[in-house]
Design a protein around this ligand. Structure first.
Ligand SMILES: Cc1cc2nc3c(=O)[nH]c(=O)nc-3n(C[C@H](O)[C@H](O)[C@H](O)COP(=O)(O)OP(=O)(O)OC[C@H]3O[C@@H](n4cnc5c(N)ncnc54)[C@H](O)[C@@H]3O)c2cc1C
Length: 465
């Protein structure tokens, strides 16, 4: 190929991947007048975020809700008004259900319910009073499961922590390392000696006006999460996003970077830039960074992603029996074929027609990766059986719609290999100035973490220049 056949462009920054991380990074950079190009291999933006509509239902194939855990989330939505409107969940979302002994029970929300709940044993309920006095752990690589059993007791592990980890990570609490997977929890013990003492101390900390934007409320966007990525895409501008790219190759040059790729029409393109930011999953990095040695790149790419099947179900159910709530989680020890069920129409307006309900069933995860190979028929049968057993519908009640979404690599698992991965990322970024390895390979797996990381990286890029 002659150089003359290659289309050459120059940008301040090239962002690889147009998921939430890539788009938030690019959007923040564009707001600061940076000349950015986003390269995406799919023919749409949004990555794991995808909203669908059918028969009057509005549902997600990937994430359903996030939490306004950092000011960056509120600020992002503020800046995108009126193109995208933040929607926080109704009061009902405060109720969280846990499956035990053939029925759902509400997670305690106050002292009386904490005493009377059948979810935990009397022994553990009494034992938890001593949590502030319990000694601090010494193993920095302690798993979430070990930590929970040590500080809270086995029944809290089984009926609170295990289902929570299923709901967030689709993971195994005995494999996730606390300081990587749940750093806020780790820091409560590490910095304050106890969860209770830490929570009290944190609640007393003086908060700035900006801190108060982190309301912890459950969020989506009005009309579905795709509105958020679409609004950012529109602001970045179609001319600054290239879809359907293939064979991206990133190479360091004397004064920056060269990113080459093939476009959908098989033309070869090359962009020179000061900085290149990858936001793709670990499994995609090897082909992008061919200049990095095998041994080093393997330390990043060995990150395991839990597979998940998500099933959206809409049903006309004037006679619904289950109470309005965020949804229900299923402890692994209960041996049910689902990880949990979300109730999006209880949380947000316009997700289901009047008198109807929308559910999202989650199947698979680290403990049942084989679920990804179930046929549509098997998945449908499982979901219908659970609608009867767990949600109280009659066996002959037919849903209005069922949509099945398979995610082979859904949620990265921050297990013991994370330490080595983070060290390698840091080493590469120091060795190759201008290369930034972002995305869910580090800094958290949820949408709030993705937004926060993207804003920080974009701001750092502007400060450095
Ligand atoms: C089923 C499911 C449910 C979830 N539920 C929740 C939830 O309830 N709450 C929550 O906060 N989070 C949830 N998450 C996590 C949330 O979806 C992610 O944190 C977030 O969407 C990840 O965004 P990202 O941009 O980092 O990655 P992605 O969305 O994966 O984006 C990466 C992009 O890079 C592109 N790409 C990959 N390789 C290449 C390549 N070689 N060249 C060019 N482009 C490439 C991909 O096509 C993709 O568009 C869920 C995830 C899944 C899968």
């Amino acid at each position: 190929m002659n150089d003359i056949d290659i289309k050459v462009d120059h940008r301040d920054v090239v962002v690889i991947g147009a998921g939430l991380t890539g788009l938030t990074t690019a959007y923040t950079l564009v707001q600061k007048n940076k000349n950015v190009m986003v390269l995406e291999r799919q023919s749409r933006i949004g990555g794991q975020i995808h909203t669908f509509e059918d028969k009057g239902y509005t549902f997600e194939s990937g994430p359903n809700t996030g939490a306004v855990s950092y000011p960056e989330i509120a600020e992002l939505f503020e800046s995108l008004m009126p193109d995208c409107v933040l929607e926080t969940a109704r009061e009902a979302s405060k109720c969280r259900l846990i499956w035990k002994g053939n029925k759902f029970h509400a997670l305690p929300s106050g002292l009386m319910s904490a005493i009377s709940t059948p979810l935990f044993t009397w022994y553990d309920k009494l034992r938890i009073l001593g949590e502030p006095l319990r000694r601090k752990g010494t193993d920095v690589n302690e798993t979430v499961g070990e930590l929970a059993k040590r500080r809270l007791g086995v029944s809290y592990f089984k009926y609170a922590v295990d289902p929570f980890v299923s709901g967030v990570y689709a993971g195994d609490p005995m494999r996730l390392v606390t300081r990587f997977a749940l750093p806020k929890l780790y820091n409560l013990e590490h910095n304050y000696g106890s969860f209770v003492k830490g929570a009290i101390a944190k609640s007393k900390e003086k908060k700035t006006e900006r801190d108060l934007k982190a309301t912890k409320k459950v969020f989506s966007a009005q009309g579905g999460l795709e509105r958020l990525v679409d609004a950012m895409g529109n602001n970045i501008g179609a001319g600054n996003i290239t879809l359907d790219v293939m064979n991206i190759d990133i190479q360091p040059e004397q004064s920056g970077w060269r990113v080459s790729y093939k476009s959908a029409d098989s033309e070869t393109h090359s962009i020179t830039c000061r900085k290149v930011i990858t936001t793709v999953g670990a499994y995609s990095l090897k082909s992008l960074l061919s200049f990095v040695g095998q041994e080093e790149i393997n330390k990043i790419c060995n990150l395991y992603y839990a597979p998940i099947v998500q099933v959206s179900v809409g049903i006309n159910d004037e006679g619904r029996k289950i109470r309005p709530s965020f949804g229900g989680l299923v402890p692994s020890c209960e041996g049910m074929p689902v990880l949990g069920i979300l109730f999006p129409s209880d949380c947000f307006d316009g997700r289901a027609p009047e008198g109807c309900s929308l559910y999202s069933f989650f199947i698979g995860g680290v403990k049942h990766p084989e679920a990804i190979n179930m046929t549509d028929g098997e998945i449908t049968e499982t979901v219908k059986a659970m609608m009867h057993k767990m949600l109280g519908y009659n066996e002959n009640e037919e849903p209005d719609m069922i949509h099945i979404f398979r995610h082979e690599r859904a949620i990265p698992q921050y297990e013991i290999s994370t330490g080595e991965r983070l060290e390698t990322i840091e080493k590469l970024e120091n060795q190759y100035p201008g290369l930034i390895l972002a995305g869910n390979i580090r800094d958290g797996i949820g949408m709030a973490d993705r937004i926060r990381q993207a804003v920080r990286i974009a701001n750092d890029c502007c400060v450095c220049n």
